[in-house]
Each structure stands twice: as C-alpha cells, then as structure tokens.
Design a protein around this ligand. Structure first.
Ligand code: NDP
Ligand code: 8X3
Length: 259
C-alpha cells in the first residue's frame, strides 16, 4: 500500500446504512478511507466498488467494536501514516429490542451499552491521541433524536444515546484546546439502513416502520456529516438534530402516507 497523500476518514459501522452512505460521499470527495464492521465480505465489496470508482485507497478493519483487545489490535496494525486520521465518524451502533423496562432483555441491554457507548469510547481512545499529537482532526459522533428525548420502550437505547450526547459535549471540552473539532449528528428515523431489522431481530414485518411516512435516507445523514467537515477550519458545528419533514419528534410522526 502506498503512502496515502489524501485526507483520511475513519468510519465505524460502514457495512450498511448511514456508515456505508458516509463512506460513499467521502470517497466521492477524494478521501482515503478506513472502514470497519464485523461483516468482512461487505467490507471487501465496498472497498472494491469505491476504490475502482473513485481512485482512492481503502483499508478495511474487521472486528467487533465491543471487544477492546480486538479494536486495539486492528488499530495498532495500521501503518503510522494511516493512524493520522483527519475525520473520525463514530457511527457503529444499534437498538436491540423494544420492551418496557420490566420486561427488557438484559443481553440486549448489554449489547447496546457495549456497542453504542463502550465501542465508541474504545475507538476514540485510540484515534484521538494521534489527533492531539498533530493538533488537528475532527470527530463526529452519531447520536439520535433518542439521545434528547425518550419514548415508550426506548429506555436503554435512549440511555446509550444520552450518553453519546454527554460524551460529545465532554470531548469538545477536552479537545478544543488541541485544535480538534467535535461534532454530533442526531437523526430521527432513517431508512436505507438495517436499523429496524436489527432492532426487531430480523422480523421483516415488524421492521416495516417506514411504509406510511417518508423518513430521512441514509444519504441525507451522510451529506450532513460531510457538510459539517467542509466548514472552514475555524468553524465547529456542535450539533445537528435532523428529522424527515413528516417527523416532528420521537412520538410525532405524520403517518398519513409517504410524501
Ligand atoms: P445499520 O444497522 O444499517 O448499521 C449499523 C452499523 O454498525 C453496521 O455497519 C454494523 O456493522 C455496525 N455495528 C453494529 N454493531 C457492531 C459491532 N458490535 N462491532 C462493529 N460494528 C458494529 O444502522 P444505521 O446505519 O441506522 O445505524 C448507524 C448509527 O445511526 C447507529 O449508531 C444508530 O444508533 C444511529 N441512528 C440510526 C437511526 C435510524 O433510524 N436508522 C436514527 C438515529 C440514529 P456489522 O453488522 O457489519 O458489524
Ligand atoms: C433511531 C431513531 O426513534 O428509533 O435512533 O430511536 S429511534
């Protein structure tokens, strides 16, 4: 692999949905990419497609973000020039289950906490020291409307996203003196993702939650992430909360048909 001369974007959870759409837009704009996820074939497929189409270089790292040792091993194996990440998109995450608190599945809770909070921390702890050394870089955390308001049965997923919001604010305070930008995107419902299918354990009928309104697309969110990174370097967009026009809050969705 040649020394990368272009900027590097490190995108976690890029095998589907928002992460995959984000990889595409950064590739289109000439970034070299580090893409992560657990599904190796998906990563390889995306690498082939985007390298061929845009003439960029992609490193794929296949590991479970809940596993700190595996996460460390993957990052440490990168050549020094690839550790100089310009943009880190902390996107990997999931909701699992949709039960009231007294019926919740503890394994689902642990899965969400370990992925959405601890996984995000593991990656950030590896990438951010390199940014501090260089006194530059940009971290973008993917939160959710669920990180700012709660809804019935959303309990632990919301709690993990409230934690992401707290971490975004904390990272900003810890890193601004080092010239590092920290931003957050909080979307409402997003289609072209596997989010609902994962939440409902692969039940395709239950996962049909976008049939009667038009939510955001993964591309809408990816474009917003990219927009944040294209501001002049003295501008730090702290937070963008975004929803489809037919959604005005977690519990306020105009389900009168797709528009
Ligand atoms: P997807 O299910 O389509 O994508 C999730 C990505 O996260 C996949 O690439 C998956 O890769 C990766 N991932 C999940 N668990 C792990 C793990 N343990 N280790 C490594 N990678 C993992 O959903 P979205 O694109 O919708 O989700 C992306 C982010 O957006 C999440 O943080 C989600 O909470 C957030 N979000 C989603 C919304 C929506 O309505 N879709 C709304 C608001 C926020 P793999 O399975 O290959 O490991
Ligand atoms: C995903 C949006 O409303 O399902 O974060 O929590 S919601």
């Amino acid at each position: 692999m040649d020394t990368p001369i272009k900027k590097i974007a490190f995108i976690t959870g890029s095998t589907s949905g928002i992460g995959k759409a984000t990889a595409k837009i950064f590739a289109k704009n000439g970034y070299n990419l580090i893409l992560t996820g657990r599904r190796k074939e998906r990563l390889e497929e995306i690498k082939q497609q985007l390298e061929g189409k845009y003439g960029i270089q992609i490193i794929t790292l296949c590991f479970d973000i809940r596993d700190n040792a595996a996460t460390k091993k993957a990052f440490k194996a990168l050549k020094p020039e690839w550790k100089k990440v310009d943009v880190l998109v902390n996107n990997a995450g999931l909701a699992k289950g949709f039960d009231p608190i007294h019926e919740g599945n503890i394994a689902d809770w642990e899965l969400m906490i370990d992925t959405n909070i601890k996984g995000l921390l593991y990656i950030t702890r590896l990438v951010s020291p390199e940014m501090v050394k260089l006194q530059k870089g940009h971290i973008i955390n993917i939160c959710s409307t669920a990180g700012h308001e709660v809804y019935p049965n959303g309990n632990v997923y919301s709690a993990t996203k409230y934690a992401v919001d707290a971490l975004t604010k904390s990272m900003r305070l810890d890193l601004y003196k080092h010239g590092i930008r920290v931003s957050q995107v909080s979307p409402g419902h997003v289609e072209e993702t596997e989010f609902a299918l994962v939440r409902f354990d692969g039940d395709e009928t239950r996962a049909k939650i976008y049939d009667d309104f038009t939510p955001l697309s993964a591309k809408d969110v990816a474009e917003t992430i990219f927009f944040i990174t294209t501001r002049p370097k003295h501008v730090n967009i702290q937070h963008i909360l975004m929803m489809g026009t037919q959604q005005a809050g977690s519990n306020f969705i105009d389900r009168s048909g797709r528009k």
